[in-house]
Design a protein around this ligand. Structure first.
Ligand SMILES: [Zn+2]
Length: 253
């Protein structure tokens, strides 16, 4: 079967003398592996369209029951590489594609996942000040897409909405269940493994979850410890999403 699709290149490795095996996340079939014959020769018709962090238009022959398909055509739609002059942004962009690479996907169409990946990569180079918020948004949406959404709007024990946590500036995030409990309930359940989240930070977290990558780039956020929040969410993903573990991309520089 001939398949035409947009795809984001996640990883590429040498194969034989002149070829490459490329793993990409495609709009039509989810994560796929394709063999690009002759891709490493200087006259390759694929040009630089198979470099990681590139969104390309691919035509390939899909062999049912196989996990390696044969690439016929590839053209760049857009590449975020040339826009990245900053190592912090590059590390985050590589981490985003590494997470997608590591998740145990099957060859399954998931347009929302494709859109999340594509929109996040496009937004990353646009405002360095907001990259942590953008990654938090990516993590939250990734959790929803892969069936392990966080429930942060109310206390899991007494059902009080977070806006109504009275005179309480701290709530507790429970990584095992992805839920939140208020300070009052926490005093009865303090044996549960948890992470403190200040109310102001929680409000920002909920705001971020409701914005799009494009809006996050232009938003002005209040001062908070977003890096800590990002780490809490990453640990949550490692705990619940099969295949994701400590990222090599975070140790590059
Ligand atoms: Zn409560």
């Amino acid at each position: 079967m001939i398949v035409e699709t947009s795809a984001i290149i996640l990883r590429s490795m040498k194969y034989g003398d002149t070829s490459k095996i490329v793993t990409c996340y495609s709009q039509q079939c989810g994560q796929i592996k394709i063999l690009a014959k002759g891709a490493r020769s200087s006259k390759s018709k694929f040009g630089s369209s198979l470099e990681p962090l590139t969104e390309s238009h691919l035509v390939f022959y899909k062999k049912e029951g196989r996990d390696l398909h044969l690439l016929s055509k590839s053209e760049i739609i857009n590449s975020i590489n040339p826009f990245i002059s900053d190592s912090d942004i590059l590390i985050e962009a590589l981490s985003v594609i590494e997470i997608f690479f590591r998740i145990h996907h099957h060859e399954e169409k998931n347009e929302s996942a494709y859109e999340l990946l594509s929109e996040t990569l496009k937004a990353l180079p646009k405002n360095k000040l907001n990259i942590t918020q953008l990654i938090i948004h990516f993590y939250l949406n990734l959790c929803s897409l892969f069936g392990v959404s966080l429930a942060l709007e109310k206390c899991q024990k007494c059902n009080t909405k977070y806006q109504e946590f009275e005179n309480v500036l701290t709530s507790y995030f429970i990584p095992v269940t992805g839920t939140l409990i208020c300070e009052e309930c926490y005093s009865d359940h303090h044996s549960i493994s948890s992470t403190k989240i200040e109310k102001l930070l929680l409000e920002q977290l909920i705001l971020i979850s409701n914005l799009t990558p494009k809006l996050i780039v232009t938003n002005i956020f209040s001062k908070n410890n977003y890096k800590e929040l990002k780490n809490i969410l990453f640990d949550y993903i490692v705990l619940h999403v099969e295949g994701v573990k400590k990222l090599q991309s975070q140790q590059l520089f």
